[in-house]
Design a binder for this molecule. Sequence first.
Ligand code: RFL
Ligand code: PHB
Length: 390
Amino acid sequence: MKTSVCIIGGGPSGLLLSQLLHLKGINTVILERQSREYVLGRIRAGVLEHGFAELMREAQCGERMDREGEIHEGFFIAHDGTQTRVDLHKYSGGSSVVVYGQTELTRDLYEARDRMKGVVIHNAEDVQLHDLKSGSPWVTYRNGDDIVRIDCDFVIGADGFHGVSRKSIPRDVLQEHEKAYPFGWLGVLSRTKPVSPELIYARHERGFALCSLRSQTLSRYYIQVPLSDSVEDWTDDRFWAELKRRLPADVAARLITGPSIEKSIAPLRSFVAEPMRYGNLFLAGDAAHIVPPTGARGLNSAASDIYYLYHALMAHYQSGDDSGLDGYSAKALARVWKAQRFSWWMTTMLHTFPDSTSYEQRLQQTELDYLFSSDKAMGSLAENYVGLPF
Ligand code: RFL
Ligand code: PHB
């Protein structure tokens, strides 16, 4: 098989790039390790920044997002038994975010790829990358007993944190920067009316909690849990009782509970691999960097990588201009590190750290006091949350 751009990974990053390139007449093949059902069964991000939404529209995949997604102009931070609103619209100079689930967005991208007869190969086992430093790299995967070879101009590693692409870069070339947090998030999806029309990020001595949503009939809640906990430790009743304890009394009193339809634990981690290019392999999204979900930056950071790669590949194929490809890693990383900083800051401000000293706890409290007393601090939070420019 031969294609121009071979994309490893059929998550949102890979699908979006494939769709954008297709619309410019550039051929791609996507290799995805899992079945489509499996990919669409994962419950992940819920908040999209304006730039991501624009990219979905450019990819001709924004119709359902614009119809069913909700525009949010603010969110709440609950603390000390009360809640304070962060007015994103006011403090970011008129911007907002879109609440639309990653699952739905991925479904829209798959449907668009099918409509345009894009090549997406599922259950591609044992993907391997070859001759990445040459002008004609190639990729192999196993289909039953057969090894299939794909020749291409470029390989895009959009295969998430556990993918094969980053691992194909020699150890002495790649630098990895990592911070693990001593807790995870237990997430529950339930077919209940959300407790609040806007998200609530709750700081509490028992641990962080988040009230989010997918629609006015589908709620998504998270609580901070120790890394040693497993999903089996948390019955629905125990989850709801703990969530209520961490919310202001009036919010807890309004909370409508119901059976969970999904429950999972995600460890919190910050990670960056650099450079994001090796020969003709380009890393994008979670394959190169991950953040704790507190600032809702993960998928949105993937979107800026895709934006830069899309424009760089377009310039290469349309006018032989390789400056975008040459500058990709540095440009992408500059924005990635800002998202890292913001996610680390939100996480540090809002979570309970098991071994923190009284000094650190007072600083954490002061961070919130300062935030709520300063328009400039609120402005900084808002401009990062709605997304820095691409
Ligand atoms: P993905 O989604 O992990 O997709 C990678 C795909 O590659 C496949 N793959 C392979 N394919 C072929 N060969 C191999 N060897 C392969 N290895 C892996 C995988 O099966 C998969 O289909 O990466 P991508 O596309 O870069 O997308 C990144 C986002 O998924 C991620 O950043 C976000 O979900 C993070 N995130 C959030 N981001 C936001 O911007 N806003 C949010 O509100 C938000 N909330 C969240 C989140 C992540 C969470 N979890 C579970 C980590 C909430 C949570 C709880
Ligand atoms: C979600 O709805 O899953 C969500 C929302 C905001 C975050 C993280 C996750 O910061």
